[in-house]
Design a binder for this molecule. Structure first.
Ligand SMILES: *Cc1c(COP(=O)(O)O)cnc(C)c1O
Length: 542
């Protein structure tokens, strides 16, 4: 093998000329473009390698001293990295919110890198800035449906932005609550506002004992990060219990009033449109009323569920979202855009001015630089991916995708309910559901012996964990698992399989196979045997 030399000549070639079409990287590129599914099935192969073994591949902690040829390096990437990746495109991979993408994103990703635009300022993104503003406007219109005059006046205005594009739901949630915080503690008279003077001075100025955010136990952990970075502290994210998986507006109101009586400012109520664990949607319209009564900001985290707005059939599930002061959406979830595409939108075009920032060399006053009101600095042109998707699918195409996901989830829920050895735990609202293995022989025992319920549920938890792990290790299918308190078991927390049916390529047959495999695995576990023994013991002793 020739060795690469650290010379300017070598570096120049790396920047400009590929090593030719026969180079390994060029071959990878061709294979990827020609047939992605085939590429993945050939190269993403080592699904049951242990994490420890993989870590051995990545054990060096010194910067490589000498350069490498691109081709040689491509070999290493294939062997160490690609082989051990997770095939999120697989139709049997139904455990997380990450799934297959439409093929056109591959060449578009190349275009994106090829152009390397920076959306922080117009000077490095001339056409991309107007495009991003348009995309934000389209999604804004989908959520809020303001009139034509509103969009004509604000879409490309230097003085407003309707929202912000960002890397994902986490940054979107932080951005929304950042705006809310600055609006709740604005400059007044000689006081310069929380943005300039900090939280301590602001709370003192306004005479608040403290500041909190209200949401349900199902709130995404990014809300807790937001409470942390905004200076409120994680304890001040108050998560209310939700036995029926959604936030009870009465409970939120009661808690809010209670806090206000103690001189504590409720910064915001966060409603969730599509919880990460079960896909439930909070009663947004009623929560909007509560926020109004409490005089606080109403934020809706629709990172997952927001795309449901494309469906005329199901968009009414999100009724009330149009009353939210801010909304988070993730295009890299149900809009099938590659990761790194989140959005926050504000009902009021003026809202984002609460965090507007100017600097001398960029983001000058009156400039249209998007960076003036985004949390992130340098950003790529991901908005192009959503722009392309919205044109290539159209609203109608997205509607089909959303509808078939939800309907598939209903099909799977019915299928689970018909199986004597499974139990559906949460029914799908969107395309998520949870269930567990619950052998038929234990079903009656579970209801007949209430004092044994904890013990039985503990064994069932172990059974679910064992099945989930072994199925994952076998590498054919993947469902995730979580722990939920459910009304069905008097708020006892049980372990469940969690399924997200986002991949349009997942079929009924795949779902049947997954249940089959789970039952097959379950019957071989110790927990199954223990449950059998317990059932025998209990039923014969009576
Ligand atoms: C995924 C998700 C988030 C976080 O989004 P990221 O893109 O992972 O940062 C926040 N809230 C909800 C409801 C989500 O589903």
């Amino acid at each position: 093998m020739n060795k690469a030399r650290a010379s300017m000549e070598h570096l120049y070639r790396v920047f400009t000329a590929p090593e030719g079409r026969e180079s390994k990287l060029a071959q990878i590129e061709q294979h990827l473009s020609a047939n992605l599914a085939d590429f993945l099935s050939r190269h993403v192969v080592a699904s049951n390698t242990s994490l420890e073994d993989i870590e051995h591949h990545f054990a060096d902690f010194t910067v490589p001293e000498e350069p490498q040829f691109v081709s040689d390096h491509a070999e290493i990437l294939l062997e160490k990295l690609v082989a051990n990746s997770v095939n999120t495109y697989s139709p049997q991979f139904i455990g997380h919110m990450t799934s297959a993408l439409p093929y056109f994103h591959l060449p578009l990703a190349k275009l994106l890198v090829g152009l390397n635009q920076n959306l922080v300022k117009i000077e490095t993104s001339k056409a991309f800035t107007p495009l991003e503003r348009q995309v934000l406007g389209m999604i804004h219109q989908l959520v809020y449906g303001h009139n034509e005059h509103f969009y004509r006046a604000h879409l490309h205005s230097a003085n407003y932005s309707l929202g912000a594009f960002c890397s994902g739901g986490t940054i979107a949630n932080i951005s929304a609550l950042w705006v809310a915080r600055n609006q709740a503690l604005p400059p007044k008279g000689s006081f310069r506002g929380v943005s300039q003077s900090g939280l301590h001075a602001a709370l003192k100025h306004y005479g608040y004992e403290d500041m909190v955010i209200l949401t349900s136990k199902r709130g995404h952990y990014s809300l807790s990060k937001a409470a942390d970075v905004l200076g409120l502290g994680r304890h001040n994210l108050i998560t209310l219990p939700c036995p029926d998986q959604t936030l009870d507006p009465q409970l939120a109101l009661q808690k809010g009033l209670e806090l206000q009586q103690q001189g504590i400012k409720v910064l915001a109520i966060v409603g969730i449109a599509g919880t990460t664990e079960t896909g439930h949607i909070d009663p947004l319209d009623e929560l909007a009323d509560v926020a109004q009564q409490l005089g606080c900001h109403f934020h809706v985290d629709a990172a997952w569920g927001g795309a449901t707005l494309f469906s005329q059939k199901y968009r009414s599930l999100l009724k009330g979202i149009e009353r939210a002061d801010s909304v988070t959406l993730d295009a890299h979830k149900q809009m099938y855009v590659p990761m790194g595409a989140g959005m926050v939108l504000f009902k009021d075009a003026n809202a984002s001015n609460a965090v507007r920032h100017h600097a001398e060399y960029i983001l000058r006053e009156g400039s249209k630089d998007l960076g003036a009101s985004t949390l992130e600095g340098s950003r790529n042109g991901m908005a192009m991916m959503l722009y392309a998707s919205m044109h290539i699918f159209g609203r109608q195409g997205y509607q089909l995708l959303i509808d078939q996901s939800i309907e598939k989830a209903h099909y799977f829920a019915d299928l689970i309910s018909q199986q004597p050895d499974f139990e559906l735990i949460t029914k799908p609202t969107l395309c998520l559901l949870t269930y567990r293995v619950r052998p038929d022989f234990i079903k009656e025992v579970l209801s007949r012996f209430p004092d044994k319920r904890d013990e039985i549920n503990q064994l069932l938890d172990n059974l679910t964990v064992a099945v989930q792990k072994r199925q994952r290790e076998a590498g054919k299918s993947f469902v995730s698992r979580t722990r939920l308190a459910t009304g069905k078991y008097h708020q006892q927390v049980v372990t469940v399989f969690r399924v997200v049916l986002a991949n349009p390529l997942t079929t009924a047959e795949h779902l049947n196979d997954i249940l089959h495999e789970q039952l097959h695995i379950a019957r071989q576990t110790q927990s199954w045997t223990r449950l059998q023994n317990l059932a025998n013991q209990l039923t014969t002793s009576v």
